[in-house]
Design a binder for this molecule. Structure first.
Ligand code: GDP
Length: 445
């Protein structure tokens, strides 16, 4: 499956060998194939369509980095966008398990890997987080499932709630809670019953258990091999029971990573873990980068483009340094510096990296020079003409007024910027002579 996808994309991208900026036609041709490929990887139609439209907008007109082909550049853009869509705000592996005993509800269809995943997570919590975990099976319809959890518990050295015949799932959940409190457990995991399909009884039962257990996490286990079905199941479980995350199992086979993309885009629920085999250690936290690479299957090209971009940044830095050493530090340079500072966590963060400038950074911070100022200063430089940027000494009073007004700021702010530029130019020159500049700039690029 993935080989096909890679091959298909390679075929298209090999045809794009022109250098320069990406034309709309280039991008369109390439993305038509990307769309088909995504559909074949089990990404749902609306998600694939939206995805391609976003990439189209981002890629068209983008300059092609020297030493790579336009096709390679499109691959990188597709890859980055895949990763962006797959990445949530939270750390997927961080389960909410404060306030012991913390209940975790496991839900999903029969055969999805729910019981196996329950045990895998229990083992992980025990070994990685040092937690004392209790597992309980609520599958009163299938005694074999209850036995299975008990056997897994013994294998991994995690306690299971003793089986009492004739109890309802709600009664078991209540007993698990009592046992977890009395026994000093940090976490108790409730492995609910599964069915082959979602039906009213299954949902009613899971909802009743949810209401008594009040779980900190409700994890839905779905079979990653079922593609679009997995997404439908997730949507329904989330609508009816509410889930805090998804575990995609069987991602060790020729699992179609596409389900992950649709899952995120359609349900909005984060994928927290992926199951990678039958063994008790075969579980990992969800890594968007890995799945993006898997859907695209073109890791080499992505690495190549990153390398090419790094090389170009390094060349730029070297050229800049040479100019600074000659005392040629203009407003464009200052703008680049300011933008770099914003990227690197603001004024104090960057000044901390420059050996000669730590003190200056503190003074600036003390004087209220925060990121807002950086942005205002960039706006001021943007309002200058090309000539003025190259030589700020040209700035007459009337132009200063215009520039400040253009950026919506006072002339005094512009004067401050000009003064700062002069000080920095002097400092760069001095540092350049002492060889300190080279050292300082190493940390910046
Ligand atoms: P349940 O009915 O949802 O509780 O499913 P089980 O936990 O009993 O799992 C059903 C089968 O799938 C078992 O044979 C598991 O070993 C297997 N299984 C579970 N997770 C994975 C996985 O991530 N990869 C693979 N290859 N097999 C898995």
């Amino acid at each position: 499956m993935f080989e096909n996808l890679s091959e298909r994309l390679s075929g298209v991208f090999d045809k794009l060998t022109k250098q320069g900026a990406l034309s709309e036609d280039d991008v369109k041709t390439a993305l038509r194939e990307v769309r088909i490929a995504l559909l074949e990887a089990d990404v749902s139609l609306p998600v694939a369509r939206d995805f391609v439209a976003t990439v189209q907008a981002k890629a068209t007109g983008q300059a092609v980095t020297k030493s790579i082909t336009p096709g390679q550049q499109v691959v990188k853009i597709v890859h980055d966008e895949l990763q962006r869509v797959l990445t949530g705000d939270e750390d997927p592996g961080a389960l909410k398990i404060d306030n012991p005993p913390a209940p975790i509800l496991m839900v999903g269809l029969q055969g999805s890997g729910k019981t196996t995943t329950t045990a895998k997570l229990a083992k992980r919590l025990k070994e990685r987080d040092g937690k004392k975990v209790l597992m309980a099976s609520l599958d009163t319809n299938r005694p074999a499932a209850m036995e299975q959890l008990a056997i897994l518990g013994m294998q991994i050295g995690v306690d299971t709630l003793p089986i009492v015949a004739g109890e309802t799932p709600v009664q078991i959940a209540k007993r698990a809670k009592v046992q977890a409190s009395l026994g000093g457990y940090d976490v108790y995991m409730l492995d609910t019953a599964g069915r082959l399909h979602i039906d009213a009884e299954l949902i009613a039962q899971a909802a009743a258990v949810r209401d008594v257990a009040n779980p900190r996490e409700t994890l839905l286990v779905v079979d990653g091999l079922t593609g679009q079905d997995a997404v439908n199941v997730a949507q329904e479980f989330d609508d009816k029971i509410g889930v805090t995350g998804v575990v995609l199992t069987r991602m060790d086979g020729d699992g179609r990573g596409g389900a992950a993309l649709s899952m995120r885009a359609i349900t909005g629920k984060p994928i927290r873990f992926v199951g990678l085999g039958e063994k008790m250690d075969a579980i990992e936290t969800f890594e968007p980068q890995r799945i993006a690479g898997r859907i695209l299957g073109m890791g080499d090209i992505v690495a190549l483009v990153e390398k090419a971009q790094e090389t170009i940044e390094a060349e730029q830095a070297a050229r800049m340094m040479k100019r600074f050493q000659q005392g040629r530090f203009n407003m464009n340079d200052l703008k680049m510096q300011l933008e770099q500072m914003l990227k690197m966590g603001g004024m104090e963060g960057m000044m901390g990296m420059m050996p000669g400038a730590a003190k200056m950074g503190k003074q600036m911070a003390a004087a209220g020079m925060d990121d807002g100022i950086l942005k205002r200063q960039i706006a001021l430089i943007n309002s200058m003409t090309k000539k003025e940027r190259a030589n700020p000494d040209l700035l007459a009073a009337s132009r200063k007024k215009r520039i400040a007004a253009g950026a919506g700021l006072e002339v005094s702010e512009l004067n401050k910027l000009i003064k700062q530029h002069r000080q920095m130019a002097d400092m760069m020159k001095k540092m350049g002579k002492g060889g300190m500049l080279k050292q300082a700039m190493k940390g910046m690029f």
